[in-house]
Design a protein around this ligand. Sequence first.
Ligand SMILES: Cc1cc2nc3c(=O)[nH]c(=O)nc-3n(C[C@H](O)[C@H](O)[C@H](O)COP(=O)(O)OP(=O)(O)OC[C@H]3O[C@@H](n4cnc5c(N)ncnc54)[C@H](O)[C@@H]3O)c2cc1C
Length: 400
Amino acid sequence: MGISSQVMRDLNRIVVVGASLAGLRAVQALRAEGFEGDVTLIGAEAHSPYNRPPLSKSVLNGDDDVSLPGAEQLDDGWLRGRTAVALRLAEQSVVLDDDTVIPYDGLVVATGARPRRLKNHPSGVHTLRTVDDALTLRAALGAGHDRVTVVGGGFIGGEVASTARRLGLAVTLVDPGPYPMSGTLGEQVSRWLAGHHERHGVELVPGTRVVSFDGGDRVTAVRLSDGRTLPATLVVAALGVEPGTDWLEGSGLKLDDGVVCTSSLFAEGTTTVVAAGDVARWPHDLYGGTPVRVEHWSNANEQGAVAARNLLAGPDAARPYAGIPSFATTAHGARIQTAGLPHLADEERVVDGSPADDRFTVAFLKEGVLVGAVAVNAPKELMRLRNGIAARASLDALTT
Ligand SMILES: Cc1cc2nc3c(=O)[nH]c(=O)nc-3n(C[C@H](O)[C@H](O)[C@H](O)COP(=O)(O)OP(=O)(O)OC[C@H]3O[C@@H](n4cnc5c(N)ncnc54)[C@H](O)[C@@H]3O)c2cc1C
């Protein structure tokens, strides 16, 4: 939805910080809406915007295609390989790593997220966020190690484990939950996922976390919170991410696990700053205003454009963003898709298929209302439940 029915504010210079999915979509939306002023895009990475989902999938398998449609529309004018180090809110400017000060009338914060790290990361311990990380890990996976130890069984850890098995490596997967992704997928899917990993040769070490890595220059072992030590020469630390807000510390923007935004993605208390993508936390109207931060591709893809349009329209004419979070991952050939926010539920029910057949769907309800769904190899059923989530339906209303 464009802002054709909204009035465009008088802004001359818009700065977008973060040149990835959300930042790119913001720039495209500004131009699509007919904004004719200056747009400055600032990106810390040396690359043009690219697609991250293939990094833990096809790229590790040898396919280099990470192209992101639309990136080719950027001319060379954008600031590549440059990091914003501070925001001066009162004077409306962004300071870069070489002290250049860039003034703005409107600012889009799209600085995403970066991997959480333990204090010491000797070589041999990899994280996976950028294309450079993926190429380094790919080389390491092909360097003759017998085993890879994956720390954290979230979607990136699970995808790396799955790819490593396909490449013929032994895999140990350490995860603090009873089953991998139990917080995200609920009890029944995560229990199935644990079995699925094991049936594909992954050695699971559940219910414990890695507290440190042994080895001076090179990792030799991981130390677990339950006192055990596992020998390891190649480790992937998939410990989740933290929002890229370090450069905003002390700026006056409200930060709380992300940039705290209004429902229309304006940074709270401002009229000229919006945030989008992995870095934004906003009250989700579909869930009674529960503040959420969503680390999914489709969220960054949509929010970048919505935030930019709202910036042009101004807070009074801005529209809330209430897209349904949705996400897909693959593990050993199985496709797991989620819609909504299953973790908000007080009840989960298998509504179709069966875990024993590796094809089933789970509905997540809160006080009887659908708030989320997870499907294993069942895309059509997921779509049906997704519609129910959007309609705040009960399960009965959906089946009749
Ligand atoms: C390996 C991997 C696999 C994934 N797979 C899936 C998947 O299958 N499905 C799915 O839905 N999602 C997936 N995701 C998540 C998805 O890629 C993210 O949700 C999406 O990239 C978020 O986009 P973004 O633009 O908000 O942030 P990011 O993509 O994190 O980009 C932020 C950009 O801002 C730059 N930046 C940060 N700070 C500064 C600064 N101070 N100054 C200048 N630039 C800065 C960063 O360098 C980065 O380029 C995956 C992510 C990874 C890493």
